[in-house]
Design a protein around this ligand. Structure first.
Ligand code: GLU
Length: 487
């Protein structure tokens, strides 16, 4: 653990999503790192909904966020639904608090009203861009007199509140992932803290909430590094110490561009619907940028909590690898008890409309069937496709039919085999196998000359679980029917 005063206090961290869309993987990983840090240190994990963007925030998005976190098992100690001593946990319900802090800053003359119209600001930005200068406020309203302010206000002209940023010196902070970060104050703008509709901006509301909620560590994405000096300036203006900061590097797609939908990345709930286990996604995302320091990759929740530390988060960007995600999901599926997998398979079969009424289904049979594919399964959504021939007539792969069934001698061979199979009693794997092997020996052919056509006849495809297992589950009548039909 790092050395600082914050360690003496109970750790309080927050995940503060803006409900303006679905939760993407970068934010999901930010939530996971915050949660792991809280659980590792015995601290508190707080969920705060940053919904001050009134046009883009939606209740649907809030629901997606809450459901995603719940699905992943990231329980919050304070926040929506559970409450807490430092609520409310939706920013739109905390407007009185922002007002209180804005008034303090006004009194200290750390902020000033700015009456510039959006048109003037747009023109100003345009001119600066033309001169290849970073767009920043030119300070027109910085030194208005009391009279001027009164006059403009009396005319009903709307204003925002701007923070007076010192134009000289540097702002420095020790990032727990990146080390020392220094930013010249001259690049900072006199940023807006209260909008003309009286709502707070992100940089202001975030600081007020982090103060009021007694946040000790701010763990968030790298994309917020440029906001941190502004936020530190607000803490200083209020005479308060900022919390610790840890900025997590980005997740990149395989092409090294910022991970997006384009790379097939989805939100946690979409991964759920595609058939990934919550713990797969959790374990996988933790490893994007963090490692326990040894070669372990597959780790339980408890192991992750026990081993997690901010200091071991990598300071360079992580690359998303969907094959690794599939591999890991397959691994966790293999560890699942068969009964659990059978229940999931039943749901998937219903979803795919392969079965209508679950009451008609023999769950033992489903158990047996998924047992046959558990080894090769990568995600649950593959189940119906992999086992449909147990429930419906096989869909015959043209290429396999041509290669294995439409061959000289095969129809006759299948006919002969049917006579053998008819006599197999009991119809179990061993008895079947010894009967068919006997048949192969008697005919003096290669095992493949019999097994491959039988496989295609029964399943429609060239690849399937071990064929005698398949036959046992299908039962004698179905096997005979399909073999005769294929012939
Ligand atoms: N609402 C901000 C976001 O979603 C929060 C950033 C922060 O954690 O300070 O990016």
């Amino acid at each position: 653990m790092h050395n600082n005063n914050a360690d003496l206090r109970t750790v309080r961290v927050r995940f503060a999503p803006s409900p303006t869309g679905s939760l993407h993987l970068g934010n999901t990983r930010t939530a996971i790192f915050n949660w792991l840090f809280a659980r590792h240190t015995g601290g508190k994990f707080i969920l705060r909904i940053e919904d001050t963007d009134r046009e883009r925030s939606t209740p649907e998005s809030v629901n997606v966020i809450l459901e995603s976190l719940r699905w992943l098992g990231l329980d919050w100690d304070e926040g929506p639904d559970v409450g807490g001593d430092f609520g409310q946990y939706y920013q739109m319900q905390r407007l009185d608090k922002y007002k209180k802090y804005a008034d303090i800053l006004v009194k200290k003359n750390m902020v000033y009203p700015c009456f510039c119209s959006p048109e003037r600001l747009a023109e100003m930005r345009h001119q600066m861009q033309k001169k290849k200068l970073p767009p920043r406020y030119d300070g027109k309203c910085k030194n208005l007199s009391e009279e001027e302010i009164k006059h403009l206000t009396s005319q009903g002209i709307k204003h925002v509140l701007r923070f007076r940023v010192s134009a000289t010196g540097i702002t420095e902070f020790n990032d727990l992932i990146h080390g020392k970060i220094s930013i010249e104050n001259s690049v900072l703008d006199d940023f807006v803290i209260v909008k003309s509709n009286a709502g707070p901006t992100y940089n202001f509301a975030c600081v007020v909430d982090d103060i009021e909620m007694k946040i000790t560590h701010v763990i968030r994405g790298d994309d917020h590094i440029s906001n941190t000096p502004k936020q530190i300036a607000v803490y200083k203006a209020l005479g308060l110490d900022p919390p610790e900061f840890a900025h997590i590097p980005l997740i990149l797609g395989p092409d090294k561009a910022k991970l997006s939908k384009r790379h097939g990345a989805a939100s946690p709930l979409e991964y759920r619907d595609m058939g990934y286990l919550p713990h797969t996604l959790l374990n996988f995302l933790v490893l994007l940028g963090w490692a326990p320091g040894d070669n372990r990759e597959v780790m339980s929740r408890d192991e992750l909590i026990e081993n997690f530390s901010i200091g071991k988060i990598n300071d360079s960007n992580a690359v998303f690898d969907s094959q690794k995600l599939d591999w890991m999901n397959g691994l966790y599926i293999r560890k699942m008890p068969l009964s659990e997998l059978a229940d999931i398979a039943l749901e998937e079969l219903k979803k795919a409309k392969f079965i209508k009424d679950t009451k008609e289904v023999d769950i033992n049979k489903i158990s047996k069937i998924v047992g046959l594919i558990q080894e090769r399964l990568k995600k649950f959504s593959e189940i119906p496709q992999l086992i449909n021939y147990f429930f419906n007539e096989p869909v015959y792969e043209e290429k396999s039919v041509r290669k294995f069934l439409k061959k000289d001698g095969v129809p006759e061979m299948l006919q002969e085999l049917c006579r053998v199979i008819k006599e197999v009693e009991p119809f179990d794997i061993e008895t079947l196998e010894s009967a068919v092997r006997g048949f192969i020996e008697k005919k003096g052919v290669k095992p493949g000359d019999v097994i491959h056509p039988v496989r295609v006849a029964l399943t429609g495809r060239a690849a399937s679980p071990p064929i005698f297992d398949v036959m046992e589950v299908l039962g004698k009548a179905t096997c005979l029917l399909r073999l005769l039909k294929a012939r």
